[in-house]
Design a protein around this ligand. Structure first.
Ligand SMILES: Cc1cc2nc3c(=O)[nH]c(=O)nc-3n(C[C@H](O)[C@H](O)[C@H](O)COP(=O)(O)OP(=O)(O)OC[C@H]3O[C@@H](n4cnc5c(N)ncnc54)[C@H](O)[C@@H]3O)c2cc1C
Length: 313
């Protein structure tokens, strides 16, 4: 990838100035939520949505549980966001254990509810560690799902990408071929799995560009405050957690406040480096908590925007 003068200057500034001094805030952000199970979880989700809404995200998205287990809850959450907020809402949708007809019916419901953006995914088998087997009448993978959705309606489609390679891929080249198939099928944006070294993202972005992928590749940012839990999940999805991160969290088990501050610091620094490398779109895995993502966005220069004529506080 060629590096422009602007980027060199930016990189220099990142080294010379205090890390977060006067970052312009010229970023698009998006926030991912999961559908709540209980009334209490619903309340905290809604708090998170309301806290993050004034930052003016490009969109927010709601995940889809394994095997369609959250079908109704995902729909209810996306529909409520579309109905009650100013936010553009995207629904995640997977191919797991459903026929094409069933998946198409879910997509039709979204279209009817005014949802125009789908995050199209293959999904994982319901039992962790099993190999993915497509439903006999189903979509075999995310590329097929993307093509199927595009046949139904002109949805905006985002898909997943893996800077450190998807575990089912033999190598990165075939993983990038797979991403290209998804883009060629009609996706316009790839959102990455979380990662913890900016270099992993930059290498992946370069490899994707070399393969002719011109769609936006948006880094997925996971602010980690529970390393053990993240490590469990990272094992399944091919993301590496550097050993220094464990060491940073040592001794903080009984200090949730300190853990959050450390989590925000680590994630914000990575975002700052991504910004220095030209990244202007970031997708936050919020885990339905607003404060970490809000703090990171603030450090990156984002400020609350006026909402429909009122000053959002
Ligand atoms: C941003 C993001 C959001 C996510 N949201 C959810 C969610 O809401 N719900 C959920 O259950 N999961 C979610 N996931 C996880 C995702 O479902 C899993 O990572 C899953 O294992 C792969 O899904 P995919 O869409 O990347 O699959 P695909 O792109 O279809 O493929 C995954 C891998 O399978 C192989 N493959 C696929 N097709 C072919 C082919 N034709 N030939 C050879 N190899 C092939 C490739 O190795 C490819 O890398 C999300 C992941 C990300 C990054």
């Amino acid at each position: 990838m060629s590096v422009s003068m602007g980027q060199l200057e930016e990189a220099r500034r990142a080294l010379d100035a205090p890390l977060f001094a006067d970052v312009a805030g010229d970023l698009n952000v998006s926030f991912e939520f999961f559908p709540p199970k209980t009334a209490k979880m619903e309340e905290s989700l809604w708090d998170a949505v309301k806290t993050l809404e004034p930052l003016g995200p490009k969109f927010v998205s709601v995940t889809y549980g394994a095997g369609g287990s959250t079908r109704e809850r995902t729909h209810a959450t996306v529909a409520r966001i579309a109905r009650e907020t100013s936010l553009a809402a995207a629904a995640h949708l997977t191919c797991v254990e459903a026929s094409r007809e069933e998946i198409d019916a879910v997509a039709e419901e979204y279209w009817a509810a005014g949802v125009r953006h789908i995050v199209a995914l293959r999904g994982d088998p319901p039992t962790m560690g099993d190999k993915f087997v497509p439903h006999p009448q189903g979509y075999a993978n995310a590329a097929e799902l993307t093509a199927g959705l595009k046949k139904l309606h002109p949805f905006e489609i985002s898909v997943a990408a893996y800077p450190e390679c998807h575990p089912d891929s033999v190598d990165q080249a075939s993983d990038i071929d797979n991403l290209k198939r998804k883009i060629d099928a009609g996706a316009t944006r790839a959102i990455t799995q979380f990662f913890f070294t900016p270099e992993a993202f930059f290498r992946f972005r370069d490899a994707a560009a070399a393969a002719g992928i011109t769609a936006d590749i948006v880094p997925g940012i996971l602010p980690v405050s529970n390393v053990a839990q993240t490590r469990k999940f990272a094992g399944m999805c091919g993301a590496e957690i550097p050993a220094w991160m464990d060491r940073l969290f040592e001794g903080l088990d009984d200090h949730p406040g300190a853990r959050s501050l450390v989590a925000a610091t680590i994630a914000a620094e990575m975002c700052r480096k991504l910004y220095a490398g030209g990244v202007r779109d970031l997708h936050f895995y919020t885990l339905n908590r607003a404060e970490l993502s809000f703090a990171i966005c603030h450090l990156l220069g984002l400020r609350v925007k006026r909402l429909a004529g009122v000053v959002a506080a």
